[in-house]
Design a protein around this ligand. Structure first.
Ligand code: MEV
Length: 319
């Protein structure tokens, strides 16, 4: 074991789901991309005692044991800090953690997973411990369970991944294709609560199992077909799949008027396809521009249509 450092950093980025949200909760595949333009950095420092946090969601001393019972963002950061120290067997250390950067919370961009991942990395480094990928994944999943109840694991993997992934039945694999399509995410400015959206789909499935399962299978078929289109850069075909997926997610009850409005604005601005991304019922859309050079115009059009934020998914052009 290395000597503990006096301070250390860890970082994580946002994620966006291209295709497969909700169906992935029921074992179907999903494709997700890192959003490298939205990142968080956690800076952990040893202190004489006590735990304190300063995050975009939380300032000051860490509260008592009830910290694990509330799903608010500041409580999730506390949970990440405490659980990492428990995992490392260092409960009694004084640690101060500052998280900087910005991933809008409750927008389907994986902010809770990213906060947990950045804090776990920074605190482990501070304590001189190397965390394996699996250990970090489990620490993030602990926080995701507080946030979302029954997370598939997709968000945790996607915020930790270096590039696009396909996730199915608990396993994430990097997508073999080089480059990222010209994608944009845009925020409705309305919070979407993944746990509530997932519970809504579950309730619908209890009423109509065959109807919901048929839709989940249709989403799985869209994901599988998209792999070929990503390989051949058939972005017209990929955009059609995104549009079809948005319709199915709407039928599952996880869209909203604000999401539908941004999806329409993206299509009217020339996007080849657009859909909600993440849990829905608020949060963000993802839209596909025809070419990388069209991304700034699509970002501007979505901002003009009322998006409270719009970001390219990557700053790198498809290679
Ligand atoms: C949330 O980002 C994605 C969902 O599929 C939930 C999950 O995978 O746990 C809605």
């Amino acid at each position: 074991m290395q000597q503990p450092e006096r301070w250390a950093e860890g970082s994580a980025h946002a994620k966006t789901i291209l295709l497969g949200e909700h169906a992935v909760v029921y074992g179907r595949p999903a494709i997700a991309f890192p959003v490298t333009s939205l990142t968080l950095v956690a800076h952990a420092r040893s202190t004489d005692g006590g735990l304190s946090l300063d995050t975009p969601y939380h300032h000051g001393a860490v509260a008592g044991d009830d910290s694990l019972s509330s799903p608010r963002e500041e409580r999730l950061a506390e949970a990440a800090l405490r659980h990492t120290l428990d995992h490392l067997g260092r409960q009694h250390h004084g640690v101060d953690v500052t998280v900087t950067g910005r991933i809008p919370a409750a927008r389907g961009l994986g902010s809770s997973a990213a906060v947990a991942s950045a804090i776990a990395s920074a605190v482990a480094r501070l304590e001189g411990v190397w965390l394996s990928y699996e250990e970090r994944f489990e620490l993030v999943q602990f926080v995701e369970r507080i946030a979302h109840g029954t997370p598939s694991g997709l968000d945790a993997h996607a915020t930790m991944a270096e590039g696009p992934i396909i996730f199915e039945r608990g396993t994430a694999r990097p997508l073999p294709h080089k480059g990222v399509p010209p994608l944009v995410v845009a925020d409705t400015g309305v919070a979407g609560h993944t746990a509530a959206a997932v519970a809504g789909v579950r309730a619908r499935r209890e009423r109509d199992a065959s109807g919901v399962d048929a839709r989940l299978d249709a989403i799985a078929a869209l994901v599988e077909g998209a792999l070929d289109e990503l390989r051949s850069r058939d972005y017209v075909g990929l955009g059609e799949r995104m549009n079809a997926c948005h319709s199915i997610l709407s039928e599952l009850g996880v869209s909203s008027p604000e999401l539908d409005a941004l999806v329409s604005a993206a299509r009217n601005a020339g996007a080849l396809g657009a859909k909600l991304t993440g849990g829905g019922q608020g949060g963000c859309i993802i839209a596909l521009a025809p070419r990388a050079t069209d991304v700034p115009e699509l970002v501007a059009a979505l901002s003009a249509a009322g998006a409270t934020g719009a970001w390219p998914v990557t700053d790198k052009e498809a290679a």
